[in-house]
Design a protein around this ligand. Structure first.
Ligand code: ATP
Ligand code: MG
Ligand code: MG
Ligand code: MG
Length: 443
């Protein structure tokens, strides 16, 4: 992409309404624009990051054997009356009437609709286990929408649902989700710690929230600092292997880590003093096992091996896809702007031409652009007729991990400059070597 043809409405001034750094930087970098309280348009740069995060979620869900599907945002109230949640959900639910006076709603989550799909098609234990998920817009009429996309009213969420014959199978689904989520967050450059949580209006006993530690997080968290040493890394995982999934779940959830809702002072006191941490965290996902709560209420039963009708065991599992954009920025920025982890960056590399219009500099930039593109990368070439200082400030603000700087002086010596956004370190390399180094970062 050439910046001269892009839509990147960067703001010079700090927007007064933004209280936290991710909100401020998303507005300043021209990623989003508010349209109403807690409701945003995603501008081209913001959308690219959102889609990158979405793709990682899809890829990791596919590896776990979970099936992507898509349900509507507008749903009929009738299904929600069957489960009892039409009344229970309260003011967070946006209720709508259609022209015939029928009660509709904008989906805040989708347990009812997926259960309806399941009961309409699956009648035998032989068609299970089954896990389906979607990545779809949700609406919750939050009392205090704030912090930009972190607590929006309209937000983008992955929500997945497992249907199993037994509790044991459903717990395997739970563990699969835990493992796939660990991988998902790590690919985004984030450490998200599973913490024992409270199930709230979804119901059920087993639930973990995934929290990214950050001072601006809305949850208070209590944990054994040893949990921050755990990483998933690139170990091999067989999602059909119940024992393996279970042991990873235990590895990541045995040490003390809880949100304030389930915090237990007596248990916490057993953690060695120097490892006891109290901090704040951003909830970026949550997994639940809730047994037969919805299947019983809505008659989602199957025939088991003995020919008996039994309600299925279910769980649901969410990732805050749009919230993650903010969470990643909270975890990765400096006073000049965003620092994208390579896994989610909107462009792989920036190209800054120090002297636009200089035949040699222009040609060298075109050449870099061409080679990076041919290698399957997406560079962002700042080809505008602007001062170098302004170009650098824009690149730093939008946070691309790598920047190539091209000017007549360097070219005279046969070099361009490659700068790492994270460390700020620069080196002079031949164009070929610089291209090879950038490509190597993404392999
Ligand atoms: P919170 O405690 O922050 O209100 P929640 O527990 O109500 O979140 P879940 O029902 O667990 O949310 O939804 C799954 C995920 O969707 C959450 O872990 C979070 O990352 C994301 N999410 C929930 N509400 C919002 C929101 N208002 N704006 C953006 N993301 C949200
Ligand atoms: Mg909530
Ligand atoms: Mg919560
Ligand atoms: Mg939650």
């Amino acid at each position: 992409m050439r910046l001269s043809r892009y839509f990147l409405p960067v703001l010079k001034e700090n927007p007064a309404e933004a209280q936290i750094v991710s909100h401020r930087l998303m507005l300043r970098a021209g990623m989003i624009k508010q349209s109403a309280a807690g409701i945003y348009s995603w501008l081209p740069l913001g959308l690219k990051v959102l889609k990158n995060i979405e793709n990682i979620v899809h890829e990791e869900q596919a590896k776990a054997g979970h099936l992507a599907m898509l349900m509507p945002t507008i749903q009929s109230a009738d299904l929600w009356r069957e489960s009892g949640r039409y009344d229970d959900y309260g003011e967070e639910m946006l209720r709508i009437k259609d022209r015939h006076g029928r009660d509709m709603l904008f989906t805040p989550t989708a347990e009812e609709l997926i259960t309806d799909i399941f009961r309409g098609h699956v009648t035998s234990y032989k068609d299970m286990p089954l896990t389906m998920y979607q990545i779809q817009w949700k609406f919750r009429d939050e009392r205090r929408p704030r912090f930009g996309v972190m607590r929006g009213r309209e937000f983008y969420m992955k929500d997945g649902y497992n249907f199993d014959l037994t509790k044991e199978d459903a717990m395997h689904a739970y563990n699969r989700h835990l493992v796939s989520y660990l991988r998902t967050y790590e690919r985004m450059g984030l450490q998200a710690i599973p913490m024992r949580a409270d199930s709230g209006p979804i119901g059920g006993d087993d639930t973990h929230e995934f929290l990214v530690l950050a001072d601006t997080g809305e949850s208070e968290v209590f944990y054994d600092s040893a949990v921050t040493d755990l990483t998933f890394g690139d170990r091999d995982i067989n999602y059909d292997d119940k024992a393996q999934c279970q042991s990873i779940m235990e590895e990541f959830t045995t040490k003390y880590a809880r949100t304030d809702e389930t915090h237990d002072e007596a248990l916490f006191a057993e953690v060695p003093q120097e490892r006891r941490k109290v901090a704040r965290g951003i909830e970026v996902g949550q997994i639940f096992y809730f047994g037969t709560k919805y299947s019983e209420a809505m008659g989602a039963t199957v025939q088991d091996g003995d020919g008996k009708q039994v309600p299925v065991h279910m769980g649901s599992h969410g990732i805050g896809v749009s919230r993650l954009v903010g969470a990643i920025i909270e975890a990765s920025h400096d006073d000049k702007g965003i620092i994208w982890p390579e896994g989610v960056t909107p462009f792989h590399c920036g190209i800054v031409n120090l002297k636009q219009g200089d035949a040699e500099a222009d040609a060298a930039c075109e050449d870099l652009y061409h080679h990076l593109t041919k290698a399957g990368l997406e560079p962002l070439y700042d080809d505008r007729n602007e001062r170098a200082g302004g170009k650098f400030a824009t690149m730093d603000l939008i946070g691309l991990p790598w920047r190539l700087t091209v000017g007549p002086r360097g070219l005279k010596n046969g070099v361009v400059e490659l700068t790492c956004r994270k460390t700020g370190e620069s080196e002079e390399l031949t164009p070929q070597a610089a291209i090879a180094k950038v490509i190597a970062q993404y392999n």
